[in-house]
Design a protein around this ligand. Structure first.
Ligand SMILES: Cc1cc2nc3c(=O)[nH]c(=O)nc-3n(C[C@H](O)[C@H](O)[C@H](O)COP(=O)(O)OP(=O)(O)OC[C@H]3O[C@@H](n4cnc5c(N)ncnc54)[C@H](O)[C@@H]3O)c2cc1C
Length: 464
């Protein structure tokens, strides 16, 4: 009898397992994939970041270094080695989780898990044999899967999902990306840097839905400068195979004449949906709404002893959100006050430049009728950014007009994903723009732009 069985070994599940083991619980994790780490480590965050970094280096070597006095003669792409770097990175990470499981005495059970009854998980192994495990509590951490484009079949060769786009055997001359969200723009960036002409088709009239409108607008312009072609307010009505590639019929969402675009590869990146197949949830009576497992503030479903975390429940589909929920549910089960502050979960787009945000957007604040003040600071006025020739972008801090409490931070710029942490810590402690403005940042660093944007909330930035 286990204290806890977790179904799914993604960042939600494996982190929950480690925290529960630290708290003295006897834990098993059921995972149907051969390796641990879930979508994130195997086919998501980690491999995409390995390719984003390597392709950024390729592009820098090709175009970015001469003004620094570093002359590189026409760099050559060795795609096989780049893919090996990605695969090695994935292997190091998934093996790292296996080591942590051993260290924390967590039982790793391979197979597909189904909840037969509260406290009972049936695991079907690769050989078809089933075994039943028992536990006091069960956590569903089964994550998400690629959302399919209606009427378009993904073959992972010419019509690919993010998974296929992480392993293309050669650089496509032309790539259509369907969906201008994070995954589409990140993987579109990888292949554009390696030589593909990238056309992005997006249903909405903007990129990065959900992110701050001003940030999205500026970033849209930057991507166009990099060579991305956008068809915003358009949908892909049809994708047909043609020769060795594909022909996509693209129509304006407002109606009117469509057009066809030919490409070597189409990447369908319209989003992800919670994965709850074959879990037995319907028979068990677990409430599901819009595909998501319904949980309360303590991650409990409506069935006693069954909890859920990560992509399979509401909230942003982000690895660190799943991890924090994993910790919270383990601590709750141990009688502690597990808690996740959804108001301070950062979100990063790992393009160049990077985009990072935490908290409310200006659009959110307007919709909620909250009076706020804005402070902005451009990286073009930051010494370190100039020294590194990374002057594109800006920092924007949104603070409550009455209390000065920071409600949101938005950064477009080199290293934005690291810089956002300062704002996230501040927000976690309910800090004000004044607190941020009075924090001493080392000079010269990009983080000085965060401080200056906080000063700008009170119209007293020094360097603009
Ligand atoms: C290309 C790409 C890039 C991404 N980049 C980022 C990023 O940079 N940052 C970020 O925060 N997020 C990123 N994400 C999102 C991130 O991967 C997810 O938010 C995260 O993995 C969710 O974690 P999870 O634990 O909820 O589920 P998952 O990681 O999806 O893990 C669920 C696991 O459950 C297993 N499972 C499912 N059903 C069963 C069953 N019945 N029995 C046994 N096992 C089962 C699955 O095999 C899977 O391994 C990216 C996603 C993709 C696709």
């Amino acid at each position: 009898m286990y204290d806890l069985i977790i179904i799914g070994a993604g960042p939600g599940g494996y982190v929950c397992a480690i925290r529960a083991a630290q708290l003295g619980m006897k834990v098993a994790v059921v995972e149907m994939r051969k390796t641990l780490g879930g979508t994130c480590l195997n086919i998501g965050c980690i491999p995409s970041k390995a390719l984003l970094y390597a392709s950024e280096m390729f592009e820098e070597a090709g175009h970015g270094m001469a003004p620094l006095g570093v002359v590189v003669e026409a760099p050559k792409l060795d795609l096989a080695s780049m893919m090996k770097h990605k695969d090695d990175t994935v292997a190091a990470n998934v093996n790292g989780v296996a080591f942590l499981f051993k260290k924390n005495k967590i039982d790793w059970v391979t197979g597909e898990g189904r909840i037969a009854a509260p406290g009972k998980v049936v695991v079907k192994g690769g050989d078809g044999n089933e075994k039943t495990l028992e536990a006091k509590a069960i956590v569903i951490a089964t994550g998400s899967e690629v959302a399919q484009l209606p009427g378009v079949e993904i073959d992972e060769k010419t019509v690919v999902s993010s998974t296929g786009a992480l392993s293309l055997p050669k650089v496509p001359k032309t790539l259509i990306v369907v969906g201008a969200g994070v995954i589409g723009l990140e993987l579109g960036s990888v292949w554009r840097r390696l030589g593909a002409e990238v056309t992005v088709v997006e249903f909405l009239d903007r990129i990065l839905p959900g992110m701050d409108g001003e940030v999205a607008k500026q970033f849209h312009r930057m991507l166009e400068k990099q060579g991305f072609v956008f068809h915003l307010g358009h949908k892909v009505a049809k994708v047909e195979k043609s020769g060795g590639g594909v022909r996509a019929t693209v129509e304006p969402t407002a109606g009117g004449e469509g057009k066809t675009i030919e490409a070597d590869v189409v990447l369908a990146a319209i989003g992800r949906r919670p994965y709850t197949e074959n879990l037995g949830l319907e028979a068990l009576g677990v409430a599901i709404e819009r595909g998501m497992v319904v949980v309360n503030s303590r991650f409990a479903t409506n069935v006693a002893g069954v909890y859920a975390i990560g992509d399979v429940i509401r909230g942003p589909m982000l690895a660190h959100k799943a991890e924090d929920e994993g910790v919270a549910v383990a601590e709750t089960l141990a009688g502690q006050a597990g808690h996740v502050n959804y108001g301070a979960i950062p979100s990063v787009v790992y393009t160049s430049p990077e985009i990072a945000c935490v908290g409310k957007t200006e659009d959110d604040l307007k919709a909620e009728g909250v009076a706020y003040r804005v402070g902005r600071f451009p990286f073009s006025a930051n010494g370190r950014a100039r020294a590194m020739r990374h002057t594109d972008g800006f920092v924007k801090i949104l603070a409550d007009a009455a209390t000065d409490r920071v409600l949101g931070a938005h950064i477009v710029g080199f290293g934005a994903g690291e810089l956002i942490a300062e704002a996230a810590v501040l927000m976690e402690f309910g800090g004000s723009a004044e607190d941020l403005a009075r924090t001493c940042d080392a000079h010269p660093t990009m983080s000085e732009a965060v401080k200056e944007a906080a000063l700008a909330v009170d119209k007293r930035a020094i360097h603009v």
